[in-house]
Design a protein around this ligand. Sequence first.
Ligand SMILES: Cc1ncc(C[n+]2csc(CCOP(=O)(O)OP(=O)(O)O)c2C)c(N)n1
Ligand code: SF4
Length: 321
Amino acid sequence: MQTEAEWKFTAKDIAEKPDLFLSGHRACAGCGPATVLRLIMKAVRGPTIVTNATGCMEVVSSIYPYTSWAIPWLHTAFENAAANASGIEAALKILKKKGRSKHEHVDVIALAGDGGTYDIGIQALSGAVERGHDFLYVLYDNEAYMNTGIQRSGGTPLGASTTTSPAGTVIPGKLEHKKPIADIMVAHDMPYVATASPYYWRDLLVKVRKGLEVNGPAFLHVFAPCPRGWRSDPAKSIELSRLAVETCIFPLWEAVNGEYQLSTPSKVFALAPQKKKPVKEYLQVQGRFRHLFTPKFEKLTEEIQRVTDERWKRLLKKCGM
Ligand SMILES: Cc1ncc(C[n+]2csc(CCOP(=O)(O)OP(=O)(O)O)c2C)c(N)n1
Ligand code: SF4
């Protein structure tokens, strides 16, 4: 097992490492989740099996007879990526015990969107973590059920217009706040939970590797802009991944054995609060929030700012800052 100091995640190392999530998939231009997958696969440490819940990333990467996966990959139903991962991990253990595996270790990664995690997949996830299976669960959060036409999920933020929370004369987009899924996972007393954003690619890669290195379950919540569902410029997905951190709407942190620590990109805003950007800067570049900039609904931006500040304050407290 390597130590953090031995992991090489410089731009040169990454460029030289062969891709395991290959180009030629059918994701839209500027797709955040596709960038996230490519990055994640740069951080794996050896033989790896990925199991992928139904959703955009499964569909775009596996249109028969093609695949974007240069490693063993299993499609699973919408609701049970974590159950599938626990089965794979248990089977690998048995094969090793019986001397029928040539590998010292095989990493198992479960992959799902926000619909497949916050909502329909949470019981399988909670159960797999409670049983202590050794796997990394990656939630790529594009904040709606994108594959089936932009329906709201528990991960959709307040005020976002989706096809099932349409902004119009009656409602200002989604009426509820985003569920604090990563905190819910920390409450499982699991060894490793972290949040990440693709703009801060090195932080993301290190967190993937940490999640794989721990003995037991790990959960990584990755911010993943979807230009189609967010009605944003495909060229701005990575910029949005930075703005989400700079506004503290999606702060970066990790919890190792339940101990919260702020990650470096977010620490900047804890140490110099004047650098924190207003959430309006993040909201105004996305069509899904366009209605919030009309007189009828503009008050909601203040509420989004209030809740963002409140959650940020709470996080700082948990991190002892
Ligand atoms: C039990 C079940 N219900 C509904 C569906 C239809 N379905 C397939 S993908 C999907 C949305 C997936 O959303 P999410 O997990 O957020 O991933 P994304 O498409 O955004 O990547 C739905 C509702 C299904 N496959 N199985
Ligand atoms: S709809 Fe969104 S998540 Fe799905 S492939 Fe397109 S950009 Fe990616």
